[in-house]
Design a protein around this ligand. Structure first.
Ligand code: ADP
Ligand code: GLC
Length: 477
């Protein structure tokens, strides 16, 4: 099959969270199955490995009511059947830092920027003579692609393509003032609540995907059920129940080459499930990195967007109590200013026990995964979550709340590989800390937990075949 995969971030080039990881790894797994895959993404100003980009010689030219917009298409060939295409546009992507916003908040022209990506991706396929069987869009930033495919490209070679839309996070929907209907040239007949883009009198980009895609997927089976309830549906549960027969929960995999403690170049020592020795070297290096005194006390860690979703507020509430025990805490993250401030304040108050890095640091995230004993994910909700899988693979016992993909990946209980708690409540999280301390005090049991986690297969192979099955079924319709 020929697959056009559209994503607003693609690791290793750009990444603000798990979407980047998935858009880096899933297309590679599909290409390895023998499909022809082109990934389309913006050419942001801040791009890792920008030196690898080369021109395709093709240029986009789009006409919107707000004006003409265009720019060159650049490319990197990642594998025989996998190419990443970058849409360059000085006005939308080149003239600023940040993917979706900066310290001042969300960019005011995101509706235009991501319409450019969504429609531009389809035009890029045309320009390059790539006739996709499947157009696979991800999250609100590309929500208009399934709509554009159905409404704007029916007289083109793309007319027969089927579309798939993946929900990575239903809480971020891309709401805009209804004035964007005219700004972007969207017909007013689409401004309806039922089968259109309207959402409480504003425009909802994610609905473009949910209403118009031929199939919907989300990133874990549990989240697929949760988003059909009012509690987790963020106003779209009715629509999702209506389209439930088209909705598939497919668990994310992880890039097992990038995240492998036996080969990870970011670590001072390497290790595997049968020789865990290198892990203590990593722990020492981690403590040293944060200027914490060396020692045997258990290290608890987070690497996270600091957001309501992640339960960072609950963690900050509980940590002063947990820190009464002889533990260390290491936090790497960025996001909401109050939460960043909360982490800094914690470090100031417990300088011998707490290390904090406010910011995004991919390299450091590897050292944290390797050097910590426990990894905390007290999420309010979690569509899939990748860090718990990285943790399991690195022999770092995850402590997770029973929600979304955390349920589908971490096994609680005596013979499990992690510690799971139910209620989003301080008592429940503190009880999980207590269980962690007990586990840490019993090294043979701890090693059993670690090995069971490290032996689990989280590679993309299985899940990529599930996506393949979704595509195949669509093409057979
Ligand atoms: P989400 O996509 O909701 O943020 P995931 O667990 O799916 O959650 O993915 C988060 C990804 O982003 C992981 O690869 C994680 O290591 C990475 N990440 C998050 N915050 C940081 C940070 N401050 N520095 C480095 N990596 C980070
Ligand atoms: C979203 C979710 C996260 C998921 C990631 C990749 O950012 O918050 O749970 O793992 O997308 O699908």
């Amino acid at each position: 099959m020929k697959i056009l995969f559209i994503s607003s971030e693609v690791a290793p080039f750009s990444k603000s969270g798990g979407l980047g990881d998935v858009a880096g790894a899933l297309p590679a797994a599909l290409a390895a199955l023998g499909h022809d895959v082109k990934v389309v993404t913006p050419r942001y100003r801040e791009l890792r490995d920008a030196g690898r980009l080369s021109p395709t010689g093709q240029v986009l030219q789009l006409r919107f009511p707000f004006g003409e917009a265009g720019g060159p298409i650049l490319s990197v060939r990642m594998a025989e059947r996998l190419e990443v295409l970058f849409l360059e546009n000085e006005f939308f992507f080149g003239n600023r830092n940040g993917l979706y916003g900066d310290a001042w908040g969300e960019f005011g022209d995101n509706a235009r920027r991501f319409s450019y990506l969504s429609v531009g991706a389809l035009q890029a396929a045309q320009r390059l003579g790539f006739v996709p069987d499947i157009v696979h869009a991800n999250d609100w930033q590309t929500g208009l692609a399934p709509l554009a495919l159905r409404r704007g490209f029916q007289a083109t070679q793309l007319a027969d393509a089927k579309s798939v839309f993946t929900i990575h996070n239903l809480a971020y929907q891309g709401h805009f003032n209804k004035a964007v209907m005219e700004d972007l040239g969207l017909p007013w007949e689409l401004f309806t609540a039922d089968e259109g883009l309207e959402f409480y009198d504003s425009v909802n980009f994610m609905k473009g995907g949910l209403v118009f895609a031929d199939a919907l997927t989300t990133v874990s089976p549990t989240y697929a059920r949760e988003i059909q309830t009012p509690e987790q549906g963020y106003g779209l549960d009715g629509l999702l129940r209506h389209r439930a027969h088209r909705l598939h929960g497919i668990l994310n995999g992880i890039d097992v080459h990038e995240w492998n403690p036996a080969t990870d170049p970011h670590l001072p020592a390497r290790y595997g499930p049968r020789e865990l020795g290198g892990k203590s070297v990593c722990k020492r290096a981690l403590l040293e990195h944060f200027g914490l005194p060396p020692g045997d006390a258990p290290v608890f860690a987070i690497v996270s967007r600091l957001a309501w979703q992640k339960g960072t507020d609950l963690l900050l509430e509980v940590l002063p109590t947990a820190l009464q025990a002889d533990i260390r805490f290491v936090g790497v993250g960025s996001g909401e200013p109050e939460l960043e401030e909360g982490l800094r304040a914690l470090q100031a108050r417990y300088p011998k026990q707490v290390g904090v890095h406010v910011g995004f640091d991919a390299r450091l995230s590897h050292l944290v995964e390797a050097g910590a004993d426990f990894f905390l994910m007290p999420s309010r909700y979690e569509p899939c979550g990748l860090n718990q899988m990285y943790s399991l693979r690195y022999g770092t016992v995850p402590i997770v709340r029973a929600t979304g993909g955390l349920v589908d990946t971490v096994e609680g209980g005596l013979g499990g590989n992690g510690l799971v708690f139910e209620a989003f409540h301080r008592a429940a999280l503190l009880a999980a800390f207590r269980r962690a301390l007990a586990l840490y005090a019993d090294p043979p049991r701890l090693v059993d937990f670690q090995r069971r986690g490290m032996d689990k297969d989280f590679s993309w192979d299985v899940s990529a075949r599930r996506y393949e099955a979704v595509y195949t079924a669509l093409l057979a319709e």
